[in-house]
Write a new protein. Structure first.
Length: 591
């Protein structure tokens, strides 16, 4: 059975990513890119669904692990009865999209340690058993278009459909293994100079993370989250995936299991803002170009989520042969949210493009044409219901947050047109902005409760309402904002963490049950700062930092009762919210 979610660490090369467990097993890897079929899928099944183990044989007393500062190079140290061995895992930066390399180096630091290497490769999400081919320099696993080539500095052999090796290391000996993916019709090409690859990979990551402009009290934590976000950014296309995994459950054993290996406009725009604030203009520019390509065509046909290359068809399906993470079924690939109407996305994209101009990203004329087309689309559809920020699979509704973000789209477009003298029908846009604002304040407000509500006529609140002062819809000192904050605290705050909404109300069309949403808890930090409750905000922020696992990673949700992470992992939305809250909190107060 797979480990708990927090027992995994991420390695990646900005093309794809792998999850490495504390037990030394790589249980998840999609090749050649994030949204490709997995060749190691034990995370959602068993070792027979594919994994790559490198660990001591028995007698492990303790495990410690950490990333090398400012990098995604992972060191896992196993302490055994007879010695101490470090396994270093990393993925060299790909020089092209048609090959991926993964390197594992075992170095004995003390005494003598016996290790076992076992690789079970299964293509197409654990469903296809490959043909194993023994070559002169490597052993290959081949099936259809895919080929994995394994090279080691110790002999490897085949054993019951597995590739294995067992060997003993004495201080200071080391061995290395490199795994290469290429299309099967290409000749075998293996990486043999693993030490040089390690130096180059570590140097490259440190050069990138060293450019971080954030200089507050949580620089180490912010930098680690930015490295995670960089790892989830496809270096060729500029797309930013929501997470590198699919179907990690929001409730163990439940059905809230979704595929997040795609680029949501909403998540990516939040990421864009975090990167720009932290000094990463190049990544922001690349995402903006991806956006232009992805939504090219008729603005009314824009989707809320796309494939990494801007693909529109990401139909949802179920993988019947995988039992799911700790029995959580179904396992899904693709995402039906790609066909949903979510009006808030227009506001998030417009706000991000506004922030990009304000923070110095050079103007591109086509961007304003895109923004005008978005507003024209909104003019014809904003009054209708939608599935909202949380992509509900129940009845579409008049979600208050969606309408607030329609206002944001108009407000940022008007501001940019006025500031940069862009051509626009300003009188019509201003009238529409005022109309949206008035409707939200009338229909989205509940006098009896003294707060805004989740949707028109609702009897509950939504954590997304915390963003009302953040986006400027109302000032933070407005009594309606204060009342909404109190309602969120009353209804959605538990053990210091914020839930998205009361899932028992069945608004999302799914059975109740999920963890507290990590990003919403950071939004609570932001709301507290704006409310002048800075000391409380810092305390909540520190509490959230403590939820990260031992290598600084956050999933989508957290179970405050069971004390474990839930949902896809690591989640870009969670790390973006961490970075943005750190910026909002500002420098530490004087002592």
């Amino acid at each position: 059975m797979a480990l708990t979610i927090e027992d995994y660490a991420l390695i990646g090369n900005a093309v794809t990513a792998a999850l490495v467990g504390k037990d030394g097993s790589i249980d998840w890897l999609c090749l050649p890119r994030f949204d490709s079929p997995a060749c190691f899928a034990a995370l959602l099944g068993t070792p027979d669904n594919g994994r790559w183990l490198l660990a001591p044989v028995g007698g492990i007393r303790r495990v410690e692990r950490a990333y090398r500062d400012g990098t995604l190079v992972l060191d896992t140290v196993f302490f055994t009865e007879d010695g101490e061995v470090a396994v270093t895992d990393f993925m060299p930066r790909s020089t092209s999209d048609d090959r991926v390399d993964l390197v594992r180096v075992a170095h004995c630091r003390r005494g003598t340690v016996t290790l076992r290497m076992e690789m079970v490769s299964r293509f197409d999400y654990g469903g296809v058993v490959p043909w194993l081919v023994v070559g002169e320099r490597c052993l290959s696993a081949v099936a259809g278009p895919d080929a994995l080539h394994l090279y080691g500095t110790v002999p490897v052999r085949t054993e019951g459909g597995r590739i294995t090796a067992e060997f003993q290391l004495c201080e200071p000996q080391q061995v290395s293994f490199s795994l290469n993916w290429q299309q099967s019709h290409r000749p075998c090409s293996i990486l043999t100079d693993t030490i040089r690859a390690l130096v180059d990979t570590e140097t490259g990551w440190r050069h990138w993370s060293g450019r971080c402009r954030y200089d507050g009290p949580w620089r180490k934590e912010v930098t680690a989250s930015l490295v995670t976000l960089k790892a989830l950014t496809h270096h060729t296309t500029g797309a930013i995936v929501a997470a590198p995994t699919t179907s990690l459950p929001e409730e163990p054993g439940g059905i809230r299991n979704w595929d997040y290996r795609y680029c949501w406009l909403r998540d990516a725009t939040f990421t864009l803002t975090a990167l720009l604030k932290s000094g990463y203009v190049g990544e922001a520019r690349a995402w903006r170009q991806w956006l232009m390509r992805a939504v090219a065509g008729e603005a009314s046909q824009a989707q809320i989520v796309y494939g990494i290359g801007g693909e529109r068809r990401i139909a949802e399906a179920e993988i019947a042969w995988l039992p799911g993470y700790q029995g959580s079924r179904p396992v899904r690939i693709g995402n039906a949210a790609s066909t949903q109407v979510q009006l808030d996305v227009f506001g998030e994209v417009m706000a991000a493009l506004h922030a990009a101009r304000r923070l110095g990203l050079e103007p591109v004329p086509e961007i304003w044409e895109l923004q005008r087309a978005f507003i024209e689309t909104l003019e014809g559809c904003w009054r209708g219901p939608d599935q909202g920020l949380w992509e509900v699979r129940g009845e579409p509704r008049q979600f208050v947050h969606s309408k607030v973000m329609v206002w944001v789209a108009l407000d940022r477009a008007i501001t940019d047109a006025e500031t940069y003298h862009f051509e626009a029908p300003l009188m019509r846009w201003r009238a529409m902005r005022a109309e949206v604002h008035a409707e939200v304040c009338a229909e989205g407000w509940d006098d009896e409760r003294g707060s805004f509500v989740q949707f028109y006529g609702a009897k509950g609140v939504d954590a997304a309402l915390l963003l009302i002062p953040v986006v400027g819809f109302l000032p933070a000192d407005d009594p309606r904002v204060a009342g909404t904050l109190r309602a969120v605290e009353r209804e959605l705050l538990s053990n210091g963490l914020i839930y998205r909404y009361q899932s028992e109300r069945m608004v999302d069309g799914l059975p109740p049950g999920e963890g507290a949403f990590v990003a919403c808890s950071f939004w609570y930090v932001d709301a507290l700062v704006l409310a002048g409750r800075r000391d409380e905000a810092r305390a909540v922020f520190e509490r959230l930092l403590a939820l990260r696992n031992d290598v600084g990673l956050l999933a989508e949700e957290y179970d405050p009762v069971g004390g474990r992470q839930l949902g896809n992992f690591p989640q870009a939305f969670s790390h973006v919210a961490l970075v943005n809250s750190a910026h909002r909190l500002g420098p530490a107060p004087p002592k």
